[in-house]
Design a protein around this ligand. Structure first.
Ligand SMILES: NC(=O)c1ccc[n+]([C@@H]2O[C@H](COP(=O)([O-])OP(=O)(O)OC[C@H]3O[C@@H](n4cnc5c(N)ncnc54)[C@H](OP(=O)(O)O)[C@@H]3O)[C@@H](O)[C@H]2O)c1
Length: 340
């Protein structure tokens, strides 16, 4: 029988890391993951993940010696931490999937929003980093040693627009409007005034207008310029899930059937993208706790204007599930193992 591989997760006390631990534990090709808490943490698995506490191993304090024993290290840490740790991991020959935004962006002007100090070797390492969206970059991911797992909003928007962008069908002169809404777990576990129950419950609010970090990913991956897009995130009063409503205009007349077929052909080998028959539209509740990105579209009677709706679970296809999909590609396993 094939030897099971060992993974390790730093940031396993956080929302994305805990979700990742849950998925890794059930993966048929893996031994239970090593779960690192940051040095000095006294968190126990039972206190952080009571539902999984009996099956998951308890946390270990992070050390490079322990990390080096793993075949793959996941970083589910803030971007500043990942920015510091990835070069150290790669120096030790450790393959990494980083869930933060630190290693996703190739263009300096897009990266500036993260305010990360450029250091020796970071630029060269950025060139080796592969944007971990399997539906677009499967073969590059397979041979990568450093995968930058995409942002949750960015995944929902890029997957919704990639078929049209690739086919050259987008009319950008009217601007593409991405009206996106996320559950509160997208902000991580640390409570803030913005994510406090009293502020979020029975409410809906926009934030980071023209200033959200995921904008750069969307532009770079779709080959767009900032003038082409308006991306406005909103905070939904639910724990998890994203719904992106995207308003676009095609550059030539089309039909609902033709547009839908463009999406179906583009994603014909993509198990985790579900295209809805037009005019049916996806809802958040159907992709929750799955690795699916659900996409539906409606073309206006003028045959040009179009609304695309894209839904996913920010902690699964938007984070942990996508990271496992990337791991499967990196080790040559079927992309869906451990995720169905
Ligand atoms: N939440 C989402 O929907 C989502 C989606 C896609 C990507 N991401 C990205 O995934 C990463 C984790 O997000 P999250 O939502 O899980 O955040 P979170 O709930 O705040 O968890 C952050 C994790 O990082 C650990 N950590 C913080 N500073 C550290 C340090 N200096 N050294 C070692 N560990 C440290 C925390 O440990 P303690 O428990 O000790 O504080 C915790 O385990 C972020 O980069 C985020 O942008 C999140």
């Amino acid at each position: 029988m094939e030897k099971k591989l060992q993974t390790a997760v730093l940031g396993a006390t956080g929302y994305a890391g805990a979700e990742l631990a849950r998925i890794l534990l059930k993966h048929p090709r893996l031994t239970p993951p090593v779960l690192f808490a940051r040095e000095g943490s006294d968190a126990s698995i039972g206190s952080v993940a009571p539902n999984n506490g009996s099956a998951l191993p308890d946390y270990e304090a992070f050390s490079w010696d322990a990390a080096q024993r793993a075949d793959l290290l996941f970083l589910a840490t803030p971007h500043e931490t990942s920015w510091d740790l990835v070069p150290q991991a790669r120096k030790r020959g450790i393959r990494v999937i980083d869930l933060s935004g630190a290693w996703r962006l190739m263009q300096e002007n897009n990266r500036a929003i993260y305010n990360l100090p450029e250091q020796n070797g970071h630029a060269a390492l950025l060139q080796q980093s592969v944007y971990g969206l399997p539906e677009l970059h499967a073969s590059a991911i397979a041979s990568a040693d450093l995968v930058a797992n995409p942002g949750c909003y960015a995944t929902s928007v890029i997957l919704a627009l990639a078929p049209l962008a690739t086919a050259g069908l987008l009319d950008t002169s009217y601007g593409i409007v991405c009206d996106c809404k996320s559950g509160v777990s997208g902000a991580g576990k640390a409570p803030t005034q913005k994510t406090h129950f009293v502020e979020v419950a029975d409410n809906l609010s926009a934030y980071s207008v023209f200033a959200h970090r995921h904008t750069g990913e969307i532009l770079e991956q779709l080959g767009l310029q900032s003038k082409d897009i308006i991306f406005t995130p909103h905070l939904l009063p639910i724990p998890r899930g994203i719904l992106s409503t995207i308003y676009v205009r095609l550059n030539s007349d089309s039909t609902a059937e033709r547009v839908e077929q463009t999406f179906r052909t583009f994603y014909s080998t993509s198990r985790f993208v579900r295209i809805f028959p037009s005019p049916q539209l996806p809802q958040i509740q159907h992709s929750l706790r799955t690795n699916h990105c659900d996409i539906g579209m409606v073309l206006a009677p003028d045959r040009r204007r179009m609304v695309i709706v894209s839904c996913l679970d920010n902690l699964v296809k938007g984070a942990a599930g996508q990271a496992v999909q990337n791991m499967n590609l990196m080790f040559g396993w079927p992309e869906w193992e451990g995720l169905d």
